[in-house]
Design a protein around this ligand. Structure first.
Ligand SMILES: Nc1ncnc2c1ncn2[C@@H]1O[C@H](COP(=O)(O)OP(=O)(O)OP(=O)(O)O)[C@@H](O)[C@H]1O
Ligand SMILES: [Mg+2]
Length: 249
């Protein structure tokens, strides 16, 4: 995809794939390139994760730290596997807009997989239907390989029930009414014990503490949580001069 993740994004991806992203810089062996706040690229060591791949991961990072992009960039390549379904869940459809748009950009953009929007002459994955109308409550992308991603609104949560899904990406989950959003739909995750759930949010509700607790609990091996990531981690959006100016207002 021609981009390197920030460390908090890379840590989430690594945990979901069964690795711990270490602070150690390495040239050899398993590793992942990350982009630091000074835009330099560093190759960090990956070690096998105790308990195997995480299934439930949360990125509780600051405003504009890159949460939505990180979550979306995990989902986009998953959709290239045939027959995979992911739902984006937000308090309203509009809460899923950034994640949905990043996924479309990754699938169809020139810098992404550049998939065709119409049936190509050659055999390959292409779009069957792409609709992006948040205000009408229709945000869905279906691919020719049988995979799809669709946004769901928690306001209409009946729509979330009873559908087998390979994964859920929770968008700004601090706006949701508590961990019930998660426990209520977790049983839809299939195949059993494989489906994944990612929560991306600013840490703006007290109930999110539970993600942090589970992420630290050595018995909750399927949980991973990264928190306390400051805005500074994203050099694309962070401006130190502006921050200093705002501080003085
Ligand atoms: N790894 C990356 N490399 C380059 N640009 C990135 C990367 N991750 C995120 N960005 C860019 O940083 C900006 C903010 O990213 P994103 O929307 O993911 O942040 P966010 O934490 O979800 O923000 P918000 O708090 O508004 O929800 C976007 O323009 C995005 O394209
Ligand atoms: Mg976001």
């Amino acid at each position: 995809m021609g981009m390197a993740p920030f460390p908090h994004q890379a840590a989430i991806w690594a945990a979901l794939e069964g690795y711990d992203l270490m602070e150690v810089v390495t040239e050899k062996g398993p590793g992942m390139d990350v982009m630091l706040s000074d835009r330099s690229i560093q190759r960090r060591l990956l070690t096998p994760r105790a308990g195997g791949p995480a299934r439930f991961a949360a990125d509780l990072a600051a405003f504009k730290a890159g949460k939505s992009f990180g979550g979306a960039m995990f989902v986009a390549p998953e959709l290239l596997v045939p027959g995979v379904s992911w739902d984006l869940v937000g308090s309203e459809y509009t809460s899923c807009e950034p994640e949905f748009e990043y996924i479309l950009e990754a699938l169809f953009g020139e810098k992404g997989y550049n998939l065709p929007l119409k049936k190509p002459n050659w055999a390959g994955v292409y779009a069957i239907s792409v609709q992006n109308r948040p205000r009408a409550g229709v945000m869905v992308c279906r691919l020719s390989n049988g995979s799809q991603v669709e946004a769901r609104s928690y306001e209409r949560k009946e729509g979330l029930k009873g559908k087998k899904r390979d994964g859920y990406l929770g968008c700004e989950v601090y706006q949701l009414p508590g961990i019930l959003w998660f426990t209520d739909i977790k049983q839809n995750l299939g195949p059993p014990k494989h489906g994944k759930m990612i929560s991306c949010t600013t840490p703006d509700s007290a109930w999110l503490e539970i993600y942090h607790e589970l992420g630290q609990d050595p018995k909750a091996t399927k949980w991973f949580c990264i928190s306390g990531i400051p805005r500074e981690e994203n050099p694309e959006t962070y401006d130190a001069t502006e921050k200093e100016h705002d501080r003085k207002i």
